[in-house]
Design a protein around this ligand. Structure first.
Ligand SMILES: [Zn+2]
Length: 92
């Protein structure tokens, strides 16, 4: 699966927008991204029902493309999540 053609962080509205090969533009809330972090720690917390964000107003401070997806660094300091493109496309 190809990377999005365009990735834009909308700081004011707290959303990330991704424009895919098929022309579809997807907009994902930062809080949703953070809550659905695919790293092993977050997945374990989510399964145990303990996943609660300290601050729901989390922002994206950095992104690193990793080939099959991208690493997202959040303002709460969490940077373990690498989001595969396929996974991002299914988030809404
Ligand atoms: Zn995580």
């Amino acid at each position: 699966m190809n990377a999005p053609q365009r990735i834009t962080v909308h700081a004011a509205s707290g959303r990330l927008s991704l424009t895919w090969d098929d022309g579809r533009t997807q907009s994902i809330d930062n809080t949703t991204l953070r809550e659905r972090c695919p790293c092993s720690t977050c997945r374990r917390l989510a399964h145990s029902g303990e996943a609660r964000l300290d601050s729901p107003r989390v922002a994206i401070v950095d992104m690193q493309p990793m080939g099959y997806g991208m690493q997202i660094v959040f303002s709460d300091g969490h940077a373990q999540g690498i989001y595969p493109w396929e996974y991002l496309k299914r988030l809404d």
